[in-house]
Design a protein around this ligand. Structure first.
Ligand code: XLS
Ligand code: NI
Ligand code: NI
Length: 445
């Protein structure tokens, strides 16, 4: 039985591209910048957005038409979805999937029942992994949808909810081990506050850190060696989320001794909500040695929430992939997970293919441009030259610590206004942007 009415998506190149069903830039086995494209990009499909999302928005019901809608019993549908999902991965040509525990199976009345439902679906996933070779980039626990998490999970003011969260998380780690997840993600959807008037921020953050430590310790105990990742987001659904952005999350990790065992999973739309570019977030993480993995999506300048659009902005994917190429990889076990969904008006099953194709092609294009610029050393020279006054003379003395403040005073006292004006140079930023445009246009022709 086939769920999706498409053939395997192939690389056709730019010249042959006539319809949405073909890759223009993503050619998985082509070697670019010393590695196969599939190994640079390690694309993953997000179970929740692709197979569960009904395309609701705050004002409207779901519009999605999905090939397993005819199964009305929740467990029958959950099991059919697994088959549909693995057919989808195969036709799209991705190597990885990502999921939350609650994406896979309906909850029961107790955690015991819920776990039983979940295990049944995971059995089927494991079977499908054996025949397909599909890998799990990461799994995670949904500690935000159910009303019990209304005031948080790890940061809930209620001890019973903390306890339940830990219990749910424990099972999710066991599942991670069974499916061989390469990473394990924590996105703290409700780990923040609505208002400071009733919030003990310090105590909540200590609790969150405790839950992360417990999770890592338990993973060690059962031999689940996934890279642990925190996924920053500044707000939504809470007014303020503690994992605000990369820099805030790194400070939190250092404060609570988590920076040895945890890295970051960064998302494009979250970066924008925090007032940053995606490139900024990736740069902050990579310079701290904490770049773990990426959630690929984009926001919209005109809409102020996490709309999770499939990425299509080539300028932004070029910027993101420039950071990745500079880093040598996304992260030791990182990949690009499409935390993205079609617009509410793109409700047909095949829109899920078109969405992934534009996303994969956009990042593949970004990779090609980034590698072309790296090969020509375009940005390397620009950055190197900009700081070259620190390579010798007084600059080298400053960096080595040889120059004291008194030395710098001696050096500066008799410099004239003109001397100092001559020490600065135009950035030629517009020329740089023109060069980047040139590389985008030439590489993607
Ligand atoms: C929501 C988050 C979420 C995480 C996984 O905004 O991006 O989808 O990636 O829980
Ligand atoms: Ni995400
Ligand atoms: Ni998100």
């Amino acid at each position: 039985m086939s769920y999706w009415n498409v053939d395997k998506i192939k690389y056709v190149g730019t010249g042959e591209k006539k319809s949405g069903l073909g890759f223009q830039y993503y050619n998985p086995d082509e070697v670019v910048g010393g590695k196969k494209m599939r190994d640079w990009l390690r694309f993953a499909v997000a179970y929740w957005h692709t197979f569960d999302q009904r395309l609701v928005d705050p004002f409207g019901d779901g519009t999605a038409i999905r090939p397993y809608d005819k199964y009305t019993d929740p467990m029958d549908q959950a099991l059919a979805k697994v088959d549909a999902a693995f057919e989808f991965y195969d036709k799209l040509g991705v190597d990885f999937l990502c999921f939350h525990d609650r994406d896979l199976a309906p909850e029961g009345d107790t955690l015991r029942e819920t776990n039983r439902n979940l295990d049944k679906v995971v059995d089927k996933i494991v079977e499908n992994q054996k025949t397909s070779g599909m890998k799990v980039l990461w799994n995670t626990s949904n500690l935000f949808t159910n009303p019990r998490f209304v005031e948080g999970a790890g940061t809930s003011p209620y001890a019973d909810i903390f306890a339940y969260s830990a219990a749910q998380l424990k099972h999710s780690l066991e599942i991670g081990k069974r499916v061989g997840s390469e990473n394990y993600v924590f996105w703290g959807g409700r780990e923040g506050y609505e208002s400071l008037w009733n919030t003990d921020m310090k105590r909540e953050q200590e609790h969150a850190a405790k839950l992360f430590h417990m999770a890592k310790d338990y993973a060690n105990e059962i031999g689940f060696d996934a890279q642990m990742l925190l996924e920053p987001k500044p707000k939504e659904p809470t007014t303020h989320q503690y994992d605000f952005d990369a820099a805030t999350t790194i400070a939190f990790m250092k404060e609570y001794g988590l920076d040895k065992d945890f890295k970051l999973n960064l998302e494009g739309n979250h970066a924008n909500l925090a007032g940053h570019t995606y490139q900024h977030e990736i740069r902050v993480a990579r310079e701290a040695g904490l770049l773990g993995s990426l959630d690929a999506n984009q926001g919209d300048k005109l809409i102020g929430w996490d709309i999770d659009e499939y990425p299509s902005n080539l300028y932004e994917t070029t910027a993101a992939m420039t950071e990745v190429v500079e880093n040598g990889s996304i992260g030791p076990r990182g990949g690009l997970n499409f935390d993205a969904k079609p617009r509410r008006s793109s409700f047909e099953p095949n829109d899920l293919f078109y969405g992934h194709i534009v996303g994969m092609d956009s990042f593949a294009a970004g990779l090609r441009v980034a590698v072309a610029m790296k090969n020509d050393g375009v940005l390397d020279d620009i950055v190197k030259n900009r700081y070259s006054s620190f390579d010798s003379g007084i600059g080298a003395d400053i960096e080595s610590g040889k120059a004291s403040m008194a030395d710098l005073e001696n050096y500066s006292l008799d410099k004239t206004q003109k001397d100092l004006r001559d020490a600065t140079h135009s950035d030629h930023l517009e020329e740089i942007k023109d060069t980047i445009n040139h590389y985008i246009i030439q590489t993607l022709k």
